[in-house]
Design a binder for this molecule. Structure first.
Ligand code: ADP
Ligand code: MG
Length: 203
């Protein structure tokens, strides 16, 4: 039986910090707007580095975004206008919990195009839930690399810098840099620190 609504699409844009995930998300959303599709974008309120009402790339490109505390709030904001929305962009999706997976599947069955950008690994080099799970169910995955700040090779890792005791995890240039596999030192600076777990940050 043919579904009442044609299925949508889940696209995951992933890679380390500085790999161009936000740029690529912004590019896809701008193209959707040129195609006269109605677009809405979200980001978690943990990521307030540059803008409170927009997503931003390290190259200073921006796109308006709703800042939400968690997936439940995202769902409420989205479903208040679901009939008017065709394309849903989510940046820094690694800071949402695993319920983003079921929400994305629900949206794709409603015929929506879901664009998800987020880190695939933590600064320790481990898979960063829920991005790997979203990659598994996606129609398309684009895994980007950055440029290794040690040697210029393609970088798949996010290196945390400095030995600050502050529990700051969201940061940009100066606090993190892109590294290739050969130059990635997951515990070089942070071994002695009591860093918050990903679960604690999401909670
Ligand atoms: P992400 O969202 O993946 O963190 P952004 O889209 O915000 O990445 O930023 C990508 C931009 O960051 C690049 O176009 C470039 O201008 C800049 N940049 C700074 N450091 C690097 C690096 N080490 N490798 C690649 N791009 C870098
Ligand atoms: Mg980004």
């Amino acid at each position: 039986m043919t579904p009442a609504v044609p299925p949508g699409r889940i696209e995951v844009i992933t890679g380390p910090m500085f790999s161009g995930k936000s740029e690529e998300l912004i590019r896809r959303m701008k193209r959707a707007r040129i195609a006269k599709q109605r677009v809405i974008c979200f980001k978690p309120d943990i990521d307030l580095r540059y803008h409170k009402t927009a997503i931003a790339s390290h190259s200073a490109q921006t796109h308006d975004a709703c800042v939400v505390a968690n997936v439940d709030r995202l769902r409420e904001a989205l479903f208040a206008q679901i009939d008017e929305v065709e394309v849903i962009g989510i940046d820094e999706a690694q800071f949402f919990d695993e319920s983003l997976l079921s929400l994305s599947l629900e949206l794709v069955h409603l015929g929506k195009r879901v664009l998800i950008a987020g880190l695939d690994t933590t600064f320790a080099g481990d898979p960063f839930c829920p991005i790997p799970e979203l990659m598994a169910v996606a129609d398309e995955v684009e895994k980007l690399s950055a440029v290794c700040m040690r040697c210029g090779a393609p970088a798949i890792h996010t290196q945390r810098l400095g030995g600050s005791q502050e529990l700051v995890v969201v940061g940009a240039a100066g606090m993190y840099e892109a590294r290739c596999r050969a130059h990635f030192e997951p515990f070089a600076d942070s071994e002695q620190l009591e860093l918050p777990s990903v679960e604690a940050l999401k909670g």
